[in-house]
Design a protein around this ligand. Structure first.
Ligand SMILES: Cc1cc2nc3c(=O)[nH]c(=O)nc-3n(C[C@H](O)[C@H](O)[C@H](O)COP(=O)(O)O)c2cc1C
Length: 353
């Protein structure tokens, strides 16, 4: 029988398309005189989990079957060759069945010195989270929150009452930094307050606008589909707007619907310290293999620098001070939530402060 993970990858391929999302409703302002040179650009990002020369990474997806072992091998080889971080998919399957260990451990085998995130759900016991970290000699642990996906999964969890308490135990007990992520439904102020109080090292808002697990899980249901939940959650841009009042209190990552280097830069300008990419890189990995993915990542690194030059930004701190114009749904959301989009639009001048 096809494993759940293989079904997810197949349905991802069948439904994959890049489309307009809220990143298109965020604009930088062009200045015809950038007054700097490409040589001055440095896109190093400083994180509580270390300093990364490249501010984007491959976010958690696969492992748990022969097919996804090959995908993990490809993703991790590309990460090693380009010096970016890579995350494992949920390791729950290997915690239950040791025959599946290698489908995850391949990540470390082909990438001995790279930055690797382990990945578990918030329902797992501390001891299981520790085993997931050891399995990969992981540098950090991602804990994913996926309540909407569980609801639409016929066999999904129906009890989320212990997730926060459990997460707090994991944060206290493991000896690597813990990053909490959504799986494409975004986050809100209420979530940030709870996660910051829990002491997590970073929060990956993982919003909608890209891969949609309601769509994928609906396709696994024969009847009683939840098609009407398709738009559930917040986009990555809106989640980052929700995060604005908390940027000084926590470290934020962004992911969900990142299609190209300009989306990466918009997320960084909105305060994200690192940006995760899943669907866009998985699609390349499946279509063009390791060499194709390496070429794409190298191109993104180069274009990131070139657009920073165009914006007159020598580093990410300068990028975080650039004026941003919001349109459409993000603008309306910001206004309704009391976030003063006018200030973002003039924040580079004193007037905006
Ligand atoms: C095939 C597939 C499997 C995934 N499995 C996991 C997983 O096991 N754990 C997790 O935290 N996120 C998982 N995700 C979610 C991604 O990390 C990400 O949050 C989501 O795809 C939205 O980002 P994107 O628009 O860049 O794809 C998976 C995504 C895909 C496409």
């Amino acid at each position: 029988m096809e494993s759940r993970k293989d079904q997810h990858v197949r349905l991802f391929q069948e439904t994959y398309q890049q489309h307009t999302n809220d990143f298109d409703s965020v604009k930088f302002i062009h200045d015809s005189l950038p007054e700097m040179s490409l040589k001055q650009v440095d896109h190093t990002t400083e994180l509580p989990i270390g300093s990364w020369p490249v501010p984007f990474f491959i976010n958690g997806m696969t492992g748990g079957s022969e097919k996804t072992k090959r995908i993990n091998e490809c993703l991790s080889q590309a990460a090693a060759a380009t010096g970016i971080a890579v995350a494992s998919g949920s390791q729950k399957a290997a915690l239950r069945d040791s025959e599946l260990l290698d489908t995850f451990q391949v990540l470390r085998r082909v990438n001995a010195n790279g930055f690797i995130f382990a990945n578990v759900g918030a329902e797992l016991a501390v001891e299981q989270a520790k085993r997931a970290i050891d399995m990969l000699e992981a540098n950090a642990l991602q804990v994913h929150l996926n309540a909407p996906q569980e609801i639409v999964m016929p066999e999904g969890d129906r009890d989320f009452s212990s997730w926060l308490k459990n997460l707090e135990r994991i944060v206290r007990s493991v000896d690597v930094p813990v990053v909490v992520k959504e799986v494409g439904f975004g986050m809100s102020r209420a979530t940030f307050q709870k996660l910051i109080a829990a002491g997590v090292a970073a929060i990956d808002v993982a919003g909608n606008g890209g891969v949609n697990f309601i769509t994928i899980e609906n396709r696994r249901r024969e009847r009683a589909r939840f098609d009407y939940l398709q738009d559930w959650g917040q986009s990555t841009v809106i989640s980052l707007l929700e995060a604005q009042p908390y940027i000084g209190q926590g470290t934020f990552f962004a992911s969900g619907g990142v299609r190209h280097p300009l989306d990466v830069l918009k997320a960084l300008a909105l305060g994200a310290r690192a940006v995760g990419i899943s669907g866009t890189f998985l699609h390349t990995a499946l279509e063009e293999g390791t060499d194709g993915l390496i070429a794409q990542i190298e191109e993104w690194k180069e274009q990131l620098s070139q657009i920073m030059l165009l914006l007159g930004c020598p580093n990410l701190q300068a990028l975080r001070g650039k004026d941003l114009i919001l349109n459409g749904a993000p603008l309306e959301w910001a206004r309704l939530r009391g976030l003063r989009p006018e200030e973002l639009a003039v924040r580079s001048s004193k007037l905006g402060r």
